[in-house]
Design a protein around this ligand. Sequence first.
Ligand SMILES: *[C@@H]1O[C@H](CO)[C@@H](O)[C@H](O)[C@H]1NC(C)=O
Ligand SMILES: *[C@@H]1O[C@H](CO)[C@@H](O)[C@H](O)[C@H]1NC(C)=O
Length: 387
Amino acid sequence: MPKHNFQPPGAFLQEINSLIHQEPFESILYCVYWSVVIGVCSPIAILLLQLRLLFRLLGWILDSVRKYSACDPKGHPTRESAVVITGCDTGFGRDVALRAAEAGYIVFAGCLKEESVTERNQLSNNIKAFTMNVTNDEHVEKAAQMVSRWLDETTTQQRILHALINMAGVGFCGNVDFMPLNLFQTSMDVNFFGTVRCCKAFLPIFKSQATSNTYNDARILNIVSMAGLVPTSVGTSAYAASKYAVQGFSTAFRLEAMGFGIQVATINPSFHETNIVTGLSTQVEKLCADLPGAKREEYGEEFLEWLLTQTRIPLLVSWRAENVVQQTMNCLMNRSIPSEVVVGSDAKFVLVTLRIFPAWFRDILFRIDSLRYAVPASMRRMKAKSD
Ligand SMILES: *[C@@H]1O[C@H](CO)[C@@H](O)[C@H](O)[C@H]1NC(C)=O
Ligand SMILES: *[C@@H]1O[C@H](CO)[C@@H](O)[C@H](O)[C@H]1NC(C)=O
């Protein structure tokens, strides 16, 4: 292997690059550059949006005559198509498993708990539930083997693996200062490594279907969250970090999987009615209750109360879970699917727009509330003394 050495840009470019990082050039260039970008891009963007609308209208007309993937025109699978879903104990996972089974798919439903396995199996003949802890190599490997064996069984109908849906997820909230390291670790283990593990375990099946020309319309759907696309507010560090990780993973993996004709999409809902949302207050209450005395003193009761009211906000702004289930079903059944499926009108309009704003502006928005209330007691005492 030849050794690769730096071949840096010339002295002139290096000089310019350094200059751009110094005031006043930094501010001047920042403002000029973005004025030009916004000025030039806006009209182009408006034109593209109009074209897209036209294209979609044509698409809808075509869709009504075009066949859906692995389905007859009524949306029923034409062969035995399997779908693997993780995290089928509750929430989106359970609902999508049932809907997919009703649509005629054979659903391999991974459940964390033993009792969920029995419950899911009773729901439909098309559901094959099994215990799967996505943090466990052996469980995931066994699941892939089970699906492989099912695919290899000789039957009259052709059997294919249509999709892997990574639903399993956990949500821990709380200030960095309050959360033990293991909650960060568990968030990464389940939300990030769990997804990576499942993608890697089922990839050989998808690849062999593609290379043997048995099936070329497979897809992997990773249920992320808006927390994987926009930096969110106070207390979401562990959750957002793990979700950003899956989002980054999915984006890069999508480009690689395309080589095998496998579609990879993320589904990014804002707050929807799930256990993660209803469990939030209880989890943060426990976190606050477990705080050592010195930390309670440092932050003060008013701060902790403010934090708890924050955890109840999602209960007031959560959309029906059905929307996420429906969007997931669309991604499962439609031939071509978007790369990122943003669900929830707040997500579609407000949160997505925030992505293009500079960080300082987002910080102000997210801190409006906390500036006033979320001041730790120790800082209040300091201010009172110095006034
Ligand atoms: C899942 O596996 C992890 C370790 O890999 C373990 O700590 C956790 O308790 C397991 N969860 C359940 C519900 O068995
Ligand atoms: C395909 O997606 C469209 C939205 O783009 C949706 O209206 C339609 O129901 C989907 N089809 C199926 C079979 O899910």
